[in-house]
Design a protein around this ligand. Structure first.
Ligand SMILES: [Zn+2]
Length: 469
């Protein structure tokens, strides 16, 4: 049995590696070390130049990964092949990845990795070490090429969070092929945010199921070792994002805008009847709006009100499932926009829409999903910490589902007070009440936008009167 410190493997230039090790020690030792190295170079390689470090036959200065391969090898975490090659294009196996991850972990812990001569496989010691340190929690096909997603997960598990601090603002859901609920989303997003991994194309795709090459791993390792070469990434959504509205966006003042308040759209009524408009009435009302030249808008459209002759907002509170089954087809048929205020804790519960329905509607461009708080609690009964939770968590949950952070909040039962207003302003650009509509646009009341409730029993005449009020 051999007990040895994992040296990840040996970079082709021992001298250079020694130099790196010594950098971690104090200056005095370092200077002595440098002298030793100098003497060693003189004695060991008297005939060669000082550029002994880096000569793989298959890695040239023209290759994008030249510096990465050099750095990764100097660091000990990777090595070349015996025949003076690095083989940059070769796919890395799970066993090789685990060896690298264990080496990274070991560089923090300064522990030893047990390599036993009688182990059946060369990688058994690394796998055991990785398992003990929760770098891996399951078995992989060790000799098969690792997927990029698994590589990301194993790598992140070997690192301390403090070494991959976020420097890029990338909300969950933004990487086109890594949705928020992807199994390895958390690791992949950490690496993107830290600028350690980036997309493989202009859209920022990650290709989680593809395999990973040695040169790519070298680049990732280099960015882990050297923070100065990490990448600044600006992610944009592959699809056209719905517009948002900032807290300070200017809104033309004095425009009277009907903001209609609905809840369910269903014949199947439960709880409070008046909250459920029948699909037939809904159709009749949309038809009337269309025939009378109304243009349905989102709250984000308030910034360019002059584009509309007769703007109107259709809003639906609580996130009932009839919004998907009955309202959404009507919106598609009439090509009309609606805003749905969902209670984030209720998403997927009985009578409520699930996240897939919300995402589908949001993706259609016809529906804007906004916040109706996390738990539908009265905001004027909460302390600051509770208010932060209601505002922040509902915002994040919705953002992860739709890929777009909500910018408006509807106060449950319209209740709010000075404290809730002050917290709401940290998270949202607009606040919405539940009565006293229409709203006359005004900068000062952007957190008290009034609405007009449309109850189940309304005839079309009553609806028209309410809209024209
Ligand atoms: Zn409500």
């Amino acid at each position: 049995m051999i007990v040895k410190k994992q040296r990840g493997a040996l970079c082709r230039n021992l001298l250079l590696k020694r130099g790196n090790d010594l950098e971690r020690i104090n200056m005095k030792t370092r200077i002595i070390g440098m002298m030793v190295i100098f003497l060693m170079i003189i004695f060991i390689h008297p005939m060669t130049s000082f550029e002994t470090d880096f000569t793989f036959d298959d890695v040239s200065e023209k290759d994008w990964y030249y510096a990465d391969v050099q750095k990764a090898c100097e660091s000990d975490f990777m090595e070349g092949f015996e025949d003076d090659t690095f083989r940059p294009e070769i796919r890395m196996t799970y066993a090789q990845i685990v060896k690298i991850a264990s080496g990274l972990k070991q560089s923090y812990t300064e522990e030893k990795i047990l390599i036993k001569e009688d182990d059946p496989h060369w990688y058994d010691g690394y796998v055991d070490y990785a398992r003990e340190h929760d770098i891996i929690v399951k078995d992989y096909p060790w000799n098969a090429p690792a997927t990029r997603a698994d590589f990301a997960e194993i790598l992140v598990n070997s690192l301390m969070d403090s070494t991959i601090l976020p420097q890029n603002m990338i909300e969950k859901g933004m990487i086109p092929d890594v949705p928020a609920d992807h199994e390895q989303a958390s690791s992949i997003y950490k690496l993107y945010r830290a600028g350690v991994m980036t997309g493989s194309n202009a859209e920022g795709n990650f290709y989680p199921d593809k395999t990973i090459q040695r040169c790519e791993v070298a680049a990732v390792l280099t960015r882990i070792i050297d923070e100065t070469v990490r990448k600044d990434i600006t992610m944009v959504f592959a699809r056209e994002p719905q517009e948002s509205i900032s807290r300070t966006a200017s809104i033309r003042e004095g425009v009277k805008i009907p903001v209609l308040l609905y809840h369910g759209v269903s014949n199947r009524v439960w709880g409070l009847d008046y909250l459920f408009v029948s699909p037939n009435n809904m159709r009749q009302q949309l038809q009337w709006l269309k025939d009378n030249g109304y243009e349905t808008v989102f709250f984000s459209d308030l910034t360019h009100l002059s584009d509309y002759q007769k703007p109107i907002l259709l809003t639906f509170d609580d996130g009932y499932d009839g919004n998907y089954t009955n309202l959404f087809p009507l919106l598609q048929e009439y090509n009309m926009k609606a805003t749905i205020f969902v209670v984030s804790d209720e998403i997927g519960n009985e009578h409520r829409m699930d996240k897939y329905q919300l995402r589908e509607m949001s993706d259609s461009g016809l529906v804007s999903i906004q916040s109706h708080t996390k738990s539908h609690v009265w905001l004027d009964t909460l302390n600051k910490q509770q208010l932060i939770k209601e505002c922040q968590e509902s915002r994040t949950t919705i953002g992860e589902i739709t890929g777009e952070l909500p910018y408006a909040i509807s106060y449950p039962e319209g209740r709010h007070n000075a404290l809730s207003d002050s917290v709401v302003k940290d998270y949202y650009s607009l606040g919405v009440l539940d009565r006293n509509g229409p709203w006359i646009s005004n900068r000062k009341t952007r957190y008290q936008i009034t609405r007009t409730i449309i109850p189940r029993e309304f005839t079309i005449e009553q609806f028209v009167t309410a809209v024209k009020k």
